[in-house]
Design a protein around this ligand. Structure first.
Ligand SMILES: *Cc1c(COP(=O)(O)O)cnc(C)c1O
Length: 388
């Protein structure tokens, strides 16, 4: 069965009423019939029927064993990192999500866990960073905002050979496009705030563990630390998963059209989109992703803050805001917004300059989106002698 058909029909019909939509079990506790005798749920932090449907669904979507739902993407990431202990070492991409970078370099550093940030596109760099203390490799692909592609199979081989866990933050690709566990990952994490929620209305995170044993460890952390997703938000993510592939396919189609349009424009110096044949990671992306995704970054030829300001205030459909993955198109200025917490001297590793812009391409008609960009490009038009 296809991904979407299987997913939609894995959502159970409510046995007691026949309700086709999953009931929202908005309850903290569950009645016992006698001490120790109850129907599988005792307290919502430890487990909730609505959340359980979501957790089973994301495990299925990611082809893993166990899912766990958290109050945010950061809480999900934290749950995986909590499996490590003082003295352990992590290898992470040098352009990972700013929140993950902050967590690793402050709270986890404080408890004696060390991190090497490397270019995960290079196997040699990974090999060089490995130590006997390495326990985990942390991958994001495509990366933000430069849309670099990391070869998950290749990193998984290195991880397996050294008995190191591999975790993949799959937020940008979503399980509709990429399933890292099938490529060798031990954990997948999501900021479900983005494509899985899909409507810019719920902050949430998910972890999927490849094996039952790792899943039990994650569920232990979930119950012990308590950063659970609420029943109603779990319901919103179930609803999001039902249309995930439909939306993601269209996000990707719209993004491809926009990336191709921007590539032709003299006001644009460079376009970053894995669906473009000229993209350095295009072949790997093709081998591990079904869709190339809805994020397009580009650098203005006039690579200045002033031009970025003109552009981002000239668009009408692309709203200037952080985050991504929703129905409405957004534009972000990474240097001053999403990556402001990353030290300026590290911006080069991310490919960030003042004239770099990131689009989260929404579900509007692509012709309308392109018209919106055309208008904004007029605001930053470059004199002909500069183009030549
Ligand atoms: C947004 C994001 C996160 C953090 O998720 P929150 O839901 O905001 O806590 C982690 N990783 C990636 C790649 C993200 O885009």
């Amino acid at each position: 069965m296809s991904f979407t058909t299987d997913l939609i029909h894995s959502i159970p019909v409510d046995e007691s009423t026949g309700a086709i939509s999953v009931p929202i079990y908005q309850t903290t506790t569950f009645v016992h019939s006698s001490p120790g005798v109850y129907q599988g749920y005792d307290y919502t932090r430890s487990g909730n029927p609505t959340r359980k449907v979501l957790e089973n669904l994301i495990a299925k979507a990611e082809k893993g064993s166990t899912g766990a739902a958290f109050a945010s993407g950061m809480a999900a990431i934290d749950a995986v990192l909590r499996l490590l202990k003082a003295g352990d070492h992590i290898i992470a991409g040098n352009d990972i999500y700013g929140g993950t970078y902050r967590l690793l370099t402050t709270l986890y550093k404080n408890v004696g866990i060390t991190v090497s940030f490397v270019d995960l596109q290079s196997e040699a760099e990974i090999q060089l960073a490995l130590t006997p203390q390495t326990r985990l490799i942390w991958v994001e692909t495509p990366t933000n905002p430069s849309l670099k592609i990391v070869d998950i199979r290749k990193v998984a081989r290195v991880a397996k050979a050294h008995n190191v866990w591999l975790a993949v933050d799959n937020t940008f690709a979503s399980p509709a496009a990429q399933r890292p566990i099938e490529l060798g990952a031990d954990f997948v994490v999501h900021s479900a705030t983005k494509y899985i929620g899909g409507h810019s209305d719920v902050i949430s995170g998910l972890v999927v563990a490849a094996t039952k044993e790792l899943g039990e460890q994650i569920l232990f952390v979930q119950n012990a630390t308590g950063a659970i997703l609420s029943p109603i938000e779990s319901w919103l993510l179930i609803r999001g998963l039902e249309t995930l592939e439909l939306r993601f396919r269209q996000h990707s189609e719209n993004a491809q059209a926009i990336a191709e349009y921007l590539s032709e424009r003299p006001e644009v110096k460079e376009v970053f989109y894995p669906g473009l044949k000229v993209h350095a990671g295009h072949a790997i992306a093709t081998s591990q992703q079904k869709y190339f995704g809805g994020i397009v970054s580009f650098r203005l030829r006039n690579d200045t803050l002033e031009a970025a300001r003109k552009f981002t205030t000239a668009t009408k459909l692309f709203k200037l805001a952080e985050s991504l993955g929703g129905i409405k198109s957004l534009i972000a200025h990474p240097a001053s917004m999403t990556h402001a917490s990353i030290p300026k001297e590290r911006h080069a590793a991310f490919g960030i300059t003042d004239g770099l812009l990131r689009l989260s391409v929404g579900l509007e008609e692509p012709t309308d989106l392109i018209a919106d960009l055309r208008r904004a490009l007029k605001a930053v038009s470059v004199p002909e002698e500069i183009i030549l």
